[in-house]
Design a protein around this ligand. Structure first.
Ligand code: FE2
Ligand code: FE2
Length: 176
């Protein structure tokens, strides 16, 4: 039940936003993304703002900022990023898109689940949905602009991998 694990979920969420900010900046190392550096910076800034909003919530609720739990799902996605500049940037962008897409879905679910239990938090999650959805779309478009054929084939690969991973149980209350 979500409400029994709110402190862990919020701490996990804070780390998720922190990682989303650093990830957007990590993408700036790829030559193919040099022309998108300002867009990536804008995403990093937005994620950093989300991180601060979650930190504010933690403070308001007297929840200490703590250790992140590694996500087996994200680890498995990132492990299959291939080396080599073109392959790597496409795979990395697709993984980022899937992670953002998953955040978008999870925030929608949380907004719905929390509506009757914690309306303020429900509203907060609902307010993030659009932004994470935009990040999903932006990363996917960036990959398609670099190489649409390769992106389509790797997206198929990653969706299959996601379908395999999603059935593995994760006992830790976390967002991904
Ligand atoms: Fe975010
Ligand atoms: Fe995001």
């Amino acid at each position: 039940m979500v409400k029994d694990h709110l402190p862990e979920i919020l701490v996990d969420h804070a780390h998720l936003e922190r990682k989303a900010a650093t990830t957007a900046m990590n993408l700036e190392k790829y030559r193919d993304l040099f022309p998108r550096v300002e867009e990536l910076n804008a995403i990093a800034i937005e994620e950093l703002q989300h991180f601060q909003l979650v930190l504010n919530l933690l403070k308001e609720r007297g929840i200490p900022f703590g250790q992140p739990h590694p996500s087996p799902w994200i680890t498995a996605l990132m492990r299959s990023v291939r080396n080599g500049s073109r392959h790597q940037v496409i795979d990395h962008l697709i993984c980022c898109a899937l992670i953002e897409g998953r955040s978008c879905e999870k925030f929608q679910i949380l907004a719905r689940e929390l509506e009757s239990i914690d309306p303020a938090l429900a509203k907060f999650y609902a307010s993030l949905v659009e932004s994470e959805g935009n990040h999903y779309a932006t990363y996917l478009l960036m990959a398609r602009e670099i190489d649409p054929v390769e992106t389509a084939s790797r997206l198929d690969f990653y969706l299959d991998l996601d379908a395999e991973l999603i059935v593995k149980p994760n006992p830790v209350p976390m967002l991904h």
